[in-house]
Design a protein around this ligand. Structure first.
Ligand SMILES: Cc1cc2nc3c(=O)[nH]c(=O)nc-3n(C[C@H](O)[C@H](O)[C@H](O)COP(=O)(O)OP(=O)(O)OC[C@H]3O[C@@H](n4cnc5c(N)ncnc54)[C@H](O)[C@@H]3O)c2cc1C
Length: 295
């Protein structure tokens, strides 16, 4: 899901930068990569995260719990202290298509050779060695190994966390995208599945157990509980501050990781930050100081 409703203003600014780059990529390839739809953000009026989002949109109409359920009848038992806000500037990235498009572009336009199912075991400033002992040499090495990036970073700042998302097969009466900030500090999020718009994905950002997700369904989405098709476990990488990691280490190896379950929508911006900001150092505009990795 992409959105400009992060409770973190700088993420929204980065999203707007990324949007321009996604649109350029769409123009260049003729493929639709972003689908736009409204997102419902809801939470208690006293919830700090909800307040941080809402204060960025002072002119937005805040919906009452009754108005939310009338508009989206699948949502039940909304607490009386909740408000909802709808933001039109959100949607999903068609992730599989986006990966296909950038892989093709990398090969056809920039002459990249892609290796799949090949484990990198060692790197230096300009060399990569794979597990069969082959060494590849280039001008620069960039490590973007997601949840496994710590294997290459001597400082090991991040933690790998497993999260699950739940997929159900009837998105009727749902908002096309939803973020709910709960009173106990959790964040549930859901959206149409970009690979299959007849399906819906729900996840819990600060997941405790799969049981808490089941409880959420029973309370908030009782009619969807029986429509659950599968649960998909996967890994994300977090660092304590929640900040993305873009850096060049003492040996000259570049890194981009720590995207905390929110990084895919910034894909072309990550590339720009690494190429223009870290490697060539000619354009630092897109490297927000706050996210610049501390060396
Ligand atoms: C359940 C879930 C939901 C998410 N929802 C969203 C969302 O709604 N919006 C959003 O923007 N983001 C979302 N994200 C986050 C997004 O998927 C990640 O931020 C993004 O994929 C990170 O990209 P990456 O390239 O850093 O890492 P990855 O996508 O994890 O890619 C790293 C790659 O490195 C490879 N690798 C690792 N170690 C080695 C090695 N030794 N040798 C060779 N290759 C190696 C891995 O196999 C992998 O292919 C979600 C993530 C999860 C898990």
């Amino acid at each position: 899901m992409w959105r400009v409703t992060h409770n973190y203003k700088i993420r929204n600014e980065m999203m707007r930068d990324a949007m321009k780059l996604w649109r350029d990529l769409e123009k260049e390839t003729g493929e639709e990569l972003l689908v736009q739809f409204p997102l419902l953000t809801m939470g208690s009026v006293d919830n700090e995260d909800f307040k941080l989002v809402a204060e960025q949109y002072p002119d937005a109409t805040l919906l009452t719990p009754e108005e939310i359920t009338t508009k989206f009848p699948a949502l039940k038992n909304i607490p009386s202290d909740y408000k909802g806000m709808i933001n039109e500037d959100c949607g999903i990235v068609r992730a599989r298509k986006a990966l296909d498009v950038v892989s093709k572009l990398a090969q056809d336009k920039y002459g990249a050779k892609l290796l799949f199912n090949t484990k990198v075991t060692n790197t230096t400033k300009n060399q990569v060695t794979t597990e069969d002992g082959t060494t590849y040499t280039g001008k620069h090495v960039v490590i973007a190994a997601g949840a496994y990036s710590n294997d290459f970073d001597e400082k090991k700042p991040s933690k790998r966390r497993e999260i699950e998302y739940i997929v159900f097969d009837d998105p009727s009466d749902m908002p096309k995208g939803i973020i709910e900030f709960t009173n106990d500090g959790n964040e549930f999020y859901g959206m149409l599945d970009g690979d299959n718009l007849d399906r819906y994905k729900m996840g819990e950002f600060f997941q405790r157990t799969i049981a808490s997700m089941a409880q959420y369904f029973r309370t908030r989405l009782p009619d969807k509980f029986d429509r659950i098709k599968y649960v998909h476990p996967c890994y994300i990488t977090m660092i304590d501050s929640g900040e993305f990691q873009y850096k060049t280490d003492e040996k000259g190896v570049h890194f981009a990781y720590g995207f905390s379950g929110t990084g895919f929508k910034f894909l072309p911006l990550h590339g720009k930050i690494v190429y223009d900001g870290l490697i060539n150092k000619f354009d630092q505009r897109f490297v927000p100081t706050k996210f610049r990795a501390k060396m």
